[in-house]
Structures are given as C-alpha cells and as structure tokens.
Design a protein around this ligand. Structure first.
Ligand code: ADP
Ligand code: MG
Length: 713
C-alpha cells in the first residue's frame, strides 16, 4: 500500500535572483521520493510534496546546501520581521547617480581615448588587484557555482572580464566588474522590495493576545491561544484572532481584510477577524481560529504562494532564459572563430544579461498582486491576471452575488391544512401563517443559504421560537428537508412540488409573485403543499454600472445563471441588460462553463461560493464575492473579493490589463535591447567597455516600469 504523500513548507535562505529559484528547484526535484516542488523567491520558501518513506527534511537540507543555499528554521509561525534588507531607497538613488556618472565618464572617456592613456600608466598587478577586489563577491559566486557545475547569469560576464584582462584591457575589466556589482544590487533590491510587500502584509497581524484565564487577563504569544479562549480587545487594538464577539461593543475597521475603510459596528454575536482594528469600545471575543487558520492568515499564505501560479508568458520567458546562456556562448564562440575579433567576443559575453528576462514577469506580477491585496482583492497568481486580460465570457450567479443576499420575506401564503391547525399545543393558538413560518424556519435552521437566513429572520421578527430539526438535509440549488416537531417539512423551489397535485389558483398566485421578481419558496408539510413564502432581494446598487463597464471592456457575452425561477431571473436580467438561464442546479452551472470552454472561450465566473463553488473552480477565472469569512469561496475561487463591492470586478480586470501591459513591455524591451546589444557587439560596433556599461540598464528599466504597479489607486 502506498503511503500518503506529505507536504512540507521549507524556508530557504540565500536566494537573491530568479536563477536561484531554478537551482533550488532542480536540486530538490532530483531527490527520489519528491513528487513536486515549488520554490518561491518572494516568500523565500519551498513547498515540497514528497513520499515520507523515501525522503525527509535532512535529505532536502543536504541537497539545498549542496546547491549553495541553506534551509532556515522550520517554524509554523511566519518568519519574524527583523531580517530587514540593508538596501534602502536612498542607497538605490545614490547608486543610480553613480551609475549615471560612470556611464557618462565611460562614454566620454572612450570617445576621447582616455582609457588607453590611463591604463598604460597603471602597473598591471595593481589593476589586477583592483579588479579582483571589486569583483570578489561576484567571482566567488560564479566560482562556487562552477564547482557545482552550474552556470549562473554572471558566469558569462566573468568570462568576459577575464578575457578583457587577458587582452590587457584593464579599464574594460574594471567597468564590467563595476556593473556586475550594480546589477547585483538592483536585483537584490527588486527581490527585497517584493519581499517587503509580503512582510508588510504579515506584520499587520498582532503577535500577542490578551487571554482570559481563571478570571485573570494574561498576555500570551499568539501561538499559545487556542480555539475557545476568550480574548480581550481594548479600544484602539488589533483583534488577534477570528471569532465571535461574546461581550462588549466596538466599531471595527476591517480595512486590512476587506479594503473597506468604512468601519462596522460589532456587538455580541458578531463575527470579527484577526488583524482588524477595534476602535471606540472593547470586546471579548471567543476564539474560533488562530494564526494561519484565520481569514487573514490564509490570505497571506495565498498571496505568498501566488508566485507559484505562473503566467504563461513567464513560463515562456523561463524556458527562453534556459536557452539564452548557451546561445550567447555559441554566439561568442562564432564571433571569435569567424570574425577573429577578441574585443567583439568580450563585448558579446559582457552585453548579455539574462537576469532581466527572468525578472520581467515575476516582479510585475508580485507588485500587482501585493498592491491588490491591500485593497481587499486576493489574486491567487499571475496566471489568473493573464487569463482575465483575454477573457470574453462573463457568467454571474444571482443569489448573494448580484443581489445583496439579504432577502426579505414579503408575503406568506398559507393553505391552512386542517392537520396543521390541529398541531401540538404551542402552535394551536397561532394563525396558519405563523405556524407555516415556524415550521419552515425550523427546517432552515442549519442552512447557510441566504434564503434560509431570510426565513429565520422573518420568524424571529415575529417572536417565533425555532424547533430543533431532525435529520436535516440540504439539496443544493433546490432546498432543504427536515423533520420538525413530528412533521416532514421541505422548503425549496418549484422542483419540490413537481408531481404534486396543486390547485390551479395557487399556481396563478405564484406566477403573479414571480413576475414581480420575487423568489418563491414552497413549503411542504408531510408531502402536501402547505404554503408559499415569497422573498425579495435587492439588486446591489453598483451592479448595473459595473456590468456596463465590463461589457465595454470586451466581455461580449454576459449571462446570469440562477437556480431561481425564470420569471424572477428575467426581471433581474432585464434591469441590468444581460441574458439569463434559470432553474439551474449547481451541476448545470458547471456544464454551462464547460460548454463555453469547449467553444474556445475564456470564462470568468462571479459567484458567492454558495452552491456555485464547483462552477467557480471550473471557470478559467472564478471570482468570489464577499469572501471574507467564507472558506469555501476563498478555496474554490481564483480571485476573491474580500469586500462586497461589484466595482471591484471591473477593477480587477483593469489591474490585469495594466499588469500584462507592463509585463509585455518588460519582455519586449529586454528582448529588443539584448538583441540589439548582441548584434552590435558581434559586429564590433560596441566596444566591450560600453557593452559593460549598458548591460545593466534593462534591470533598472524593468524595476522602474514594474514599480508603477505598486502605486495603483
Ligand atoms: P442562485 O443560483 O440564484 O445563486 P441557488 O442555486 O443558491 O441560487 O438556489 C436556487 C434556488 O433554489 C433558490 O432560488 C431557491 O428557490 C432554492 N433554494 C436553494 N436553497 C434553498 C434553501 N435553503 N431554502 C429554500 N430554497 C432554497
Ligand atoms: Mg448563489
């Protein structure tokens, strides 16, 4: 019998460029028993799926160390802040100035022929010493990598620098080395910056909590808080856990999770989330989730792992950079053999810079995903931004998605059966309507459907007590069934009355209500139609505008998919100007998604995770509304909107378009730049010293271009 696979989350240290992730990935993947590896540059970790019978952590540690990196402490807690970067903004500015100045000197100096004059005067041992001293960190890396049989992006340039030194071109060697160091800094800065986004996010959650134990308040590290603990939150403090308020009132600012700046009132019974801020008032919260299990913790984890869902452009770029180094080496060899020009050969080796290819996509994606996360938009990977940029079909779930999901019961029709009235004593003195509502609400007691809440609310508002339902069963897209107080009660849509004898008059009443856009729930008691509850849900006010923007953005087909009846669907679809399909079961929704996909469309589906999670997962991009606190929605969807706000849907499409523009810009720019550089160098139009000076420009360009994405809105 095969042992179950295990997943390990392993911190990796020492990765500071995109090449590094590839090295680590290969090293781990080569171990027997490893099924899959994902290495993340941003969150500095590897996620390994492995067969514990064949391979373990020490073996992975050895492999990683052999590849030149190290394994950090495996703790369940997120890495503490403090591993702060020593590369700051002012330093980068300074670097930019020095870079510009050196570039200027090099160009002018080369033009005036200054370098030959200068190098001629410096004794060569001194030049050698300067080059070696300046280039030491890079040479060391290249040398160590070479010992392990690896070629890294600096290998070519090192060979170039060595060739320049052999040719007596000391100034060239010096410039090459100088810019290798600059390139290194730029790359580390970029990586650090992406990492800081993640760290900023993690540091929003409190690290300690004030817990009530034996009547005492005790401040303990968050790791020691367990579900069930009562946590005390004072005014102005962050809530450390997910849980239910048991006492107190506060105004809670949930912007860290939802991006929504309007605070909400929280009192007993309210659900509150870790990392949100309690203002004006204190709370006692019964802990439900702690640390990584909280909504916020999962959010951070998903953003960290978003790097793994690579965009197709990035896979292409990755593949390309694997071929790039050998191609350049061959080109250099050809230049040497055919043109017999050692200086041109050095220039070819020096001008090639593969790291910017590897950087072009991930930096832009990370910047966008990080910035979006701060606005309550959780994007699970660059892949989804890429698909969103091209998608043309938009499918929308109705209940809870287009509508507020807070339906109100507007009418109760009871067909007062005699057996109902003759029910047990608590019901006897009441009217038929109340009895009907009480039975329906009791059957709906444990349903999470928005309609169920409406029924319960209507019952509570009328002062009705709910019975404990027996053998509760839920039929997604249809309704519920339970035993209530000795009766068999079903509540659901027209499907449940199929095959039952129904008075023609009842059907006419039902049709009239549906034509008004109401959603009907039929209530069966002991297999007889006992009544109908009509609910009305309001369209979210920002929907029409959002749908219109999406249509203008190129979604040619927009369709409303609902399990509700056709008349209600038509009324709603008419208001927002889209097509609709009604009477659908959850599996019908999946089938419709697949149908579009088989016609070659890229399908975006927006839903709320109730009854539509499988369709969200099947869509090319599934977007979940109001996902804060809903595990199913966050799991199933590819993009989760943590705030109930439809304007975020066109917004995320805009983010996707902008990101892809930047990514493509980065890639075209680097490709063109390198091609031009290589051609000029091979034909001897680019002296090595200039080649060295211009090769790190693309990195700077990509960094500058991508950081535009950090600033959106
Ligand atoms: P939508 O597709 O509009 O989001 P659902 O698939 O969640 O709607 O439900 C479709 C229909 O099934 C509802 O309009 C309602 O008539 C019925 N239904 C589903 N769940 C319940 C429930 N718990 N109680 C009553 N009716 C329900
Ligand atoms: Mg729904």
């Amino acid at each position: 019998m095969a042992k179950p696979l295990e997943t390990l989350d392993i911190p990796i240290q020492g990765m500071d460029c995109a090449d590094c992730t590839l090295h680590v990935q290969r090293a781990i993947a080569a171990l027997p028993g490893v099924e899959a590896v994902d290495v993340f540059l941003g969150s500095e970790k590897a996620i390994v799926r492995l067969d514990p019978a064949q391979v373990d952590l020490p073996a992975i540690r050895t492999a990683v160390e052999h590849a030149g990196y190290s394994v950090g402490e495996t703790a369940s807690q997120p890495p503490a802040a403090g591993a702060e970067s020593n590369i700051s903004r002012p330093l980068l500015t300074l670097l930019g100035i020095v870079f510009g100045a050196v570039l200027f000197i090099v160009v002018v100096g080369e033009w005036l022929g200054l370098f030959e004059a200068i190098t001629a005067r410096i004794p060569w041992p001194l030049s050698l010493a300067i080059v070696l001293a300046l280039g030491y960190p890079v040479f060391r890396k290249v040398f160590l990598a070479a010992l392990r049989g690896q070629v890294i992006s600096h290998t070519l340039m090192t060979v170039g620098a060595a060739a320049a030194m052999l040719a007596g071109e000391w100034a060239t060697a010096l410039v090459v080395v100088f810019f290798m160091r600059v390139g290194d800094y730029v790359e580390r800065f970029t990586t650090e910056r992406a990492r800081r986004l993640l760290k900023d996010l993690t540091s929003l959650a409190p690290q300690t909590a004030r817990v009530e134990r034996d009547g005492q308040e005790l401040e303990v590290p968050i790791a020691e808080v367990a579900p069930g603990d009562i946590v005390v939150v004072r005014p102005g403090e962050k809530i450390p856990v997910d849980g239910e308020v048991v006492a107190g009132h506060a105004v809670v600012d949930q912007a860290t999770i939802t991006g929504e700046s309007m605070p909400v009132e929280a009192g007993p019974g309210a659900q509150v989330f870790a990392a949100t801020l309690a203002g004006q008032g204190s709370l006692k919260v019964r802990t439900e989730q702690v640390g990584q299990d909280t909504t916020f913790g999962r959010l951070v984890k998903l953003v960290e792992e978003a790097e793994g869902n690579k965009a197709e452009v990035q896979r292409i770029a990755d593949r390309f950079s694997a071929y790039y180094l050998p191609v350049v080496a061959v080109l250099a060899a050809l230049t040497f053999l055919i043109r017999r020009d050692p200086m041109a050969t050095v220039a070819v080796l020096v001008v090639a810079c593969s790291c910017s290819f590897a950087l072009a996509t991930p930096i832009a994606m990370l910047a966008s995903i990080g910035a979006a996360a701060k606005h309550g938009l959780l994007i699970k990977g660059g892949k989804y931004l890429e698909i969103l940029d091209k998608a043309d079909v938009l499918l929308i779930d109705k209940t809870g998605t287009l509508t507020l999901g807070k339906p109100q019961i507007t009418s109760i029709l009871s067909f007062g059966e005699a057996n109902l009235l003759a029910g047990p004593s608590p019901a006897r003195s009441r009217s038929d309507e109340l009895t009907l509502l009480q039975l329906a609400a009791s059957a709906e007691r444990y349903s999470e459907h928005p309609l169920a809440s409406a029924v319960r609310l209507a019952a509570v508002q009328r002062g009705l007590e709910l019975y404990e339902p027996q053998g509760f069963q839920s039929y997604p897209g249809v309704g519920v069934h339970a035993g209530v107080n000795g009766y068999r009660v079903s509540v659901g849509n027209r499907r449940i009355v199929e095959g039952l004898a129904v008075q023609p008059n009842t059907l006419i009443q039902a049709d009239t209500l549906e034509a008004q856009g109401k959603t009907l729930m039929y209530v069966l008691v002991d297999d007889q139609l006992a009544g109908i509850l009509a609910a009305e849900d309001t369209l979210r006010e920002e929907v029409p505008h959002a749908i219109q923007s999406l249509q203008e953005m190129g979604f040619r087909r927009v369709e409303l998919l609902t399990g509700d009846n056709a008349r209600t669907a038509a009324a709603l679809a008419g208001q927002i100007g889209v097509e609709y399909r009604a009477g659908l079961l959850p599996e019908d929704k999946i089938a419709i998604v697949k149908e579009y996909q088989s016609q070659g469309h890229k399908v975006v589906m927006v839903g709320d995770g109730v009854n539509d999670a499988p369709a969200l997962a099947q869509a090319d991009v599934g977007i979940a509304m109001g996902a804060a606190g809903s595990d199913v929605a966050v799991e199933a969807a590819h993009i989760a909107l943590l705030r109930d706000d439809w304007s975020l849907v066109p917004e995320v499409v805009r983010i996707a378009r902008r990101t892809l523009r930047v990514v493509k810009g980065n890639i075209y720019f680097t490709a063109f730049y390198n091609l031009a550089g290589l051609t000029l160098a091979a034909f001897g139009y680019l002296p090595p010293i200039l080649a060295a000076a211009v090769q790190s420009l693309p990195d700077l360009g990509i960094l500058a271009n991508s950081s535009r994405l950090l600033k959106h809105r």
